[in-house]
Design a protein around this ligand. Structure first.
Ligand SMILES: [Zn+2]
Length: 520
């Protein structure tokens, strides 16, 4: 295939314009990216997309994962890829590589996942989550089904959506990738980078074996850069690059009161209530603005002016966000939503002390429990953060016990607590790539050329995705390129993918694949 980047295509079109005595308009140049070709290629994969969604993909069922892996293997093979199923206890992952790799060229590993979240079919407003259903929004704002044949018509409406489990998360980006290669082939263009693809089979279960599978296939997966095709785009639906994700750690805090639940009449004012002791302890960890007051908790996080500029430029509608959350004001951890995501959290995810509602009894409870989660950041090891919390608890005068306090401990210490946490797995670790890194520059340049403007850049998203396992095992820089509409209901009922996003996604990928690395 003839190598023809968008830039050289632009030059040759310009030459044609000059030859045609300047009859060409600027619009011809704007069409250089092959918008029509990528759209045609995108539509050309709609049948395969429907076929792929129809294969159930909850990784609890190994046989279903095998069917998915086999289906995607054939789809890549049809396009000339060399493929290999990577053994993973009956739930094979898929590796695909475009032959003809150029020695010395940059190799990019694209990651996506073929498994999906579990479903509760009764919650879906269609026959089955595995029967992809085309829908349009009616005048009343309700989604109504259209004959699936309309998806394959000449001009499907970009506002229509295809509903089904994994329609967006994460089968759409895989199909978009297939379409992008169809578009390149139809244009006689070869990618500017060497391409490898890895499809995870257990992402929705936290990718427990991803690190292991990568370690077993290090030579095969060796690459210079990692591009993660997963997650939703920014809520504005503008092209988005995500440079990192927070990690997550969990801990259980128990505060002990009397040996057992005790009569609140006989022992109120005498035996300290662990729920109130717990409340004071938790309150000592944060100020009224929501900032963690534990010494050293935020110390490693340093935000420079450029990072702050990038975060301010994200078109978040915080008024709408607060309205959606139903809160009058935000906590003051960061100057805006994006900045708040750059700091570790200390979150109470559940609390209990005896029973509530009709079951509530007149007792001083024997213990109070708070389940905590910490969204962590790359600057501080989660064990260090957990250690700071632990030290803070002890500083408040608590004696920490293992399990339940012994009689001796009950006799000696007025304030007893237990603080338990496990080591954080690689897939739950925070990771981040610098905004100014070569991979960031490369992807930004691809998007600017494709769309004529800077993408939305998320320095670090708040949630956790298992990039930590990949980055830990491959030791290469990564960026997440989300391609699906933010309102796709991923992980819940009625998951859907907007057709316009699918077509744009193919264009984004075509732009990335033809962008030379490093960007000029
Ligand atoms: Zn996903």
């Amino acid at each position: 295939m003839k190598k023809l980047s968008r830039r050289s295509l632009s030059v040759s079109l310009s030459a044609v314009c000059i030859a045609a005595a300047m009859l060409c308009s600027a619009s011809l140049q704007a069409a250089e990216v092959g918008v029509a070709q990528t759209a045609a290629a995108a539509k050309g994969t709609f049948k395969e997309w429907v076929e792929a969604i129809a294969i159930p993909n909850d990784s609890i069922v190994a046989a279903d994962i095998q069917r998915n892996t086999a289906w995607f293997e054939q789809a890549f093979k049809r396009r000339g890829f060399r493929t290999q199923q990577l053994a993973n206890d009956g739930k094979p992952m898929l590796f695909a590589e475009l032959p003809g790799n150029k020695a010395g060229a940059t190799t990019v590993l694209f990651y996506a996942h073929l498994d999906g979240q579990a479903v509760t079919p009764s919650e879906w407003q269609q026959e089955s989550p595995w029967k992809p259903t085309l829908k349009q929004r009616n005048a009343a704002g309700q989604w109504e089904a259209l004959p699936i044949e309309q998806l394959y018509g000449a001009n499907p409406n970009p506002e229509w959506r295809l509903f089904g489990r994994a329609a967006a998360d994460d089968k759409a980006p895989i199909l978009m990738m297939l379409a992008a290669f169809d578009a390149l082939k139809a244009s006689g263009v070869t990618p500017s980078v060497n391409v490898k693809i890895l499809l995870d089979a257990e992402e929705e279960k936290g990718s427990p074996s991803l690190g292991k599978v990568i370690d077993q296939n290090q030579a095969l997966l060796k690459a210079d850069l990692l591009v993660v095709l997963d997650g939703p785009m920014h809520a504005s639906n503008l092209p988005t690059l995500v440079f990192g994700n927070r990690g997550v750690a969990q801990a259980t805090l128990k505060v002990f009161g009397p040996r057992q639940d005790s009569h609140s009449g006989h022992y109120g004012n005498y035996a300290a209530n662990p729920a109130q002791t717990m409340a004071r302890l938790l309150a000592s960890m944060k100020d009224d603005d929501g900032r963690v007051t534990i010494a050293g908790y935020y110390d490693a996080v340093k935000l420079d002016d450029e990072s702050r500029r990038v975060m301010r430029a994200v078109p978040d509608d915080e008024v709408a966000l607060r309205k959606r959350l139903g809160i009058a004001q935000a906590e003051k951890v960061g100057q805006n939503y994006q900045e708040a995501m750059q700091y570790p959290t200390l979150n109470v995810r559940g609390m209990q002390a005896a029973d509530v509602g009709a079951k509530a009894r007149t007792i001083v409870p024997g213990e109070a429990i708070a389940e905590l989660d910490l969204r962590t950041v790359p600057e501080t090891d989660p064990q260090v953060l957990l250690g700071l919390v632990k030290a803070h608890i002890e500083k408040q005068g608590f004696h920490l016990v293992n399990g339940r306090p012994t009689d001796d401990e009950r006799a000696r210490y007025p304030k007893l607590a237990a603080f338990d946490y496990a080591r954080v797995s690689a897939s739950s670790m925070a990771v981040r790539t610098d905004l100014a890194s070569p991979i960031g520059k490369w992807l930004r340049s691809a998007f600017v050329k494709t769309y004529g403007k800077e993408p939305v850049q998320i320095r670090m998203m708040g949630g956790t995705v298992p990039t930590g396992a990949m980055v830990g095992a491959l030791k290469i820089p990564f960026v997440i390129v989300p391609l699906v509409n933010a309102d796709n209901n991923q992980h819940s009922a009625n998951e859907n993918m907007r057709l316009g996003n699918y077509i744009d996604g193919v264009q984004s990928l075509t732009g990335i694949l033809t962008e030379p690395f490093p960007a000029k």
